[in-house]
Write a protein that binds this ligand. Structure first.
Ligand code: ADP
Ligand code: MG
Length: 223
């Protein structure tokens, strides 16, 4: 599903360039349930931004579902993201004053869907994450785990083929964290490829493959 071929990423740092990702080769099979680990500053989020079409490699090739990501305009990249990729973040990134279902329907507004269908789909996605009885709640009256479930419902409402989760359990206690990983596993078993960035060994241990990033290089320790 994903091939990175000699991908590098450099950022301009004053007068010079700083290379954050060394040439990286990585393949991710369709239907994978994997994690990416590594110390702070090692390049995990930079790698995730490339996988998520939020940024492009400086050199090298990124192929997603047979499509080479290189010359697309920002608008075309946004379309690819909206259609294929669901994002989940540590801090949930929900609109606090909007109800759960309003948060979840957002990606559908971007795809231009009619309101009635958006509402149906948002309700269905919330039911899938176990929040059928919380559709009208605002994030401010939900627990951390429930907020992350709303964020996951929003990530899956467009039926993406790939979920990218950057520290999805970083703000949650152990029990809640386990439940969130179980939910991601269920979505994976229903066919979605899931990539989880994490600092936590307990989280990585629940995935089928762990890729380590260190100083912008990857070290693939299959488990
Ligand atoms: P991680 O997610 O593993 O903590 P990041 O990918 O966020 O690491 O960052 C890796 C390195 O790249 C860090 O040294 C960071 O300062 C640098 N970096 C990340 N994004 C940028 C940017 N937009 N401009 C300059 N440097 C950046
Ligand atoms: Mg990071």
């Amino acid at each position: 599903m994903i091939t990175l071929n000699q991908v590098t990423k450099s950022f301009r740092l004053g007068p010079s360039w700083s290379q954050v990702l060394s040439p990286i080769d990585l393949q991710i099979e369709k239907g994978s349930f994997m994690s990416i680990m590594g110390p702070s500053g090692s390049g995990k989020s930079t790698l995730m931004n490339i996988l998520g079409c939020l940024d492009k490699p400086t050199t090298g090739q990124y192929v997603l579902d047979g499509e080479k990501i290189d010359r697309q305009t920002p608008r075309q990249l946004a379309q690819i993201r909206n259609k294929k990729i669901g994002f989940v973040f540590q801090q949930f990134h929900l609109l606090p004053r909007q109800s759960a279902w309003r948060n979840v329907e957002l990606p559908l507004i971007y795809s231009g869907m009619k309101k009635k269908e958006r509402k149906e789909r948002a309700f269905a996605a919330l039911a899938k994450v176990g929040l059928a009885d919380r559709v009208h709640y605002k994030p401010t009256s939900l627990s951390g785990g429930q907020k992350q479930r709303v964020a996951i419902a929003r990530a899956i409402v467009n039926s993406p083929s790939l979920i990218l989760a950057d520290e999805p359990t970083g703000a949650l206690d152990t029990k809640t964290s386990e439940a969130i990983i179980r939910l991601l596993r269920e979505l994976n078993q229903a066919g979605t490829t899931v990539v989880i960035i994490t600092h936590e060994n307990e989280v990585a241990a629940q995935t089928d493959r762990v890729v380590y990033v260190r100083d912008g290089k990857i070290n693939d320790a299959a488990s």
